[in-house]
Design a protein around this ligand. Sequence first.
Ligand SMILES: Nc1nc2c(ncn2[C@@H]2O[C@H](COP(=O)(O)OP(=O)(O)OP(=O)(O)O)[C@@H](O)[C@H]2O)c(=O)[nH]1
Length: 711
Amino acid sequence: MTTLLTPPPKLLFSTDSRTCCPLQPLASSSSSALSSNLSFSLSLPSLLKTTTSNRKRRWRRLFCQGKGATNGTAVQVGQQRLLKVPVPNIRNFSIIAHIDHGKSTLADKLLETTGTVQKREMKDQFLDNMDLERERGITIKLQAARMRYVCDGEPYCLNLIDTPGHVDFSYEVSRSLAACEGALLVVDASQGVEAQTLANVYLALENNLEIITVLNKIDLPGAEPDRVLQEIEEVIGLDCSNAILCSAKEGIGITDILNAVVKRIPPPTDTSQKPLRALIFDSYYDPYRGVIVYFRVIDGTVKKGDRIYFMASKKDYFVDEIGVLSPNQLEVDELYAGEVGYISASIRSVADARVGDTITHFSRKAESSLPGYEEATPMVFCGLFPVDADQFPELREALEKLQLNDAALKFEPETSSAMGFGFRCGFLGLLHMEIVQERLEREYNLSLITTAPSVVYRVNCTSGETFLLFVNNAHSQVLHSANPMISSNFSKVECSNPSALPEPGLRRSIEEPLVKIEMLTPKDYIGSLMELAQDRRGEFKEMKYIAENRASLTYKLPLAEMVGDFFDQLKSRSKGYASMEYTFVGYEESDLIKLDVHINGEPVEPLATIVHKDKAYPIGRALTQKLKELIPRQMFKVPIQACIGSKVIASEALSAIRKDVLAKCYGGDITRKKKLLKKQAEGKKRMKAIGKVDVPQEAFMAVLKLEKEVL
Ligand SMILES: Nc1nc2c(ncn2[C@@H]2O[C@H](COP(=O)(O)OP(=O)(O)OP(=O)(O)O)[C@@H](O)[C@H]2O)c(=O)[nH]1
């Protein structure tokens, strides 16, 4: 069956891909009609450009209601832009690549070449529409776009899903791949196979995708297409005889890629008769319409007004609006199996419509949901505190708003004696953490202090008493008393906050998360990268030469060692040539201890860290030395100590500011002087006992920075 909603009586298509949009339905075969249609359609972009947003809205509304088909030329054009094709003419594909190999640039070029976005509307990285994405040149949130393309006189609908390239977002990549039948594997012709190229190819192969190899950046003087093709064949095992050479920047090879998408990627299977199953691959929060869900219909059909049901979150809603992404949202009446689109259904939170969930009909539910759904698990945690304590409510509001858009972000209130009220937040990885921090500061004008990133440890308790801690002890107490499921049989505590770690007497051992890390490097840097991994408690697993000059190193490494500056070190030690990829492999027991910092005999909670026993001494020394530099001197002597339990392992002391109490004694009796000095010493002793050392905020910030570096 076809998915033609409003089949035009007769179609004429341009065979030139560059002029294929808008496609031209002909109401009449007369040449005058043809010319009037053509002349109109060519002026559409300028019409769209010059119309006010109200006119655009009216145009869309009219079209969506199917009105005015005969009397409004704009409506006619609207129909052309939304022309539907039969299922065999649909292609759903993704672009996968290592970071910076040119995915987004290629996606832009595909949009431009198919006329989906006009050249003058085009800005670099069209699909990366977050300011931060453009500045950093990375894709953070994936986007989708529907393109029309004519190949051998046949119209095709190509649905492109742009994916984020960074490891932190590999779940999103996997879901977008599950929504496709094929993938363009983009490899930089001057760099070759990198760690994420491999990881993404494996994800694509797991999803049984047809892979088209594209060698990008062939315009660069350093491009070595032959070497890189050979590398792809040897390392990945893909047949590169029909690989496409391209330069996304210069627009070379773009039509070849579009033709290959049509000819080599299989169409979706037409299962429109089955009960609805649609895979969510992205969702975001719109303040006016609620959550907008991006999805691919796998089976069945869905239309406006339907009552839909989210199989994982078990929530149901009525569809207010349904449409396609071209790449702006364009409303349609119905979407069929194989198609990609969006739904707005006044959904209140992104948590109700998570990536990977299956949408079905409330009244005719599918028997099973689509495979692959996973809850987002935060791997890295840190505390976020407002510099100005009055900004706490604003920080809460900002985090709540961000969470509406980002289901992977987790947060819990946290109080600290030094920093006041703040939040302990969980992130997918370090990049995710940086992005959230930057968005909070930029978009919500907040100045924040962040504590050193930490991971989730599992503590085996001696008592058998269990708290399934998510964030901190206070939380666990509540959880424990409120949750009858947590019985004394359990003996593991999850802890991401060092200050919430159970006392040494209450714990038997601590387990930490481990990752398998694969580094791809030119052979000159093998030694220095091995040294780096070993310094970070890495356990050597494997080394392979994957090409004449490149090797792959595999290590098992504690995640806590990676969350510091591992990636920066890898880049600086390899002069930027090495790349890495990691996967979580599980938990293992390790010799970990809690390192406390005491100032004037008082523990300073936010400076507590969980470290490996072997590293406690150097870290303790570095911390105490740095604090000595940063804390202002007091009227009394202030000891600064790093301690493991009650044992002091490093110590510094701030000497007291001395007032010369003898200044006014010119000569005179020695007993008078002794009396004055004794009085001063007593005063200082009293001051020390009751005195409070204020640790300035800059000191905290500097020490936290140091922690990030040395941990
Ligand atoms: N010379 C040249 N540069 C290119 C080409 N394609 C992309 N670039 C440049 O390579 C850089 C990275 O391109 P992007 O398109 O942002 O890469 P990406 O793979 O989308 O990156 P992420 O979104 O971070 O994963 C940009 O500076 C582009 O201008 C090309 O064909 N030739």
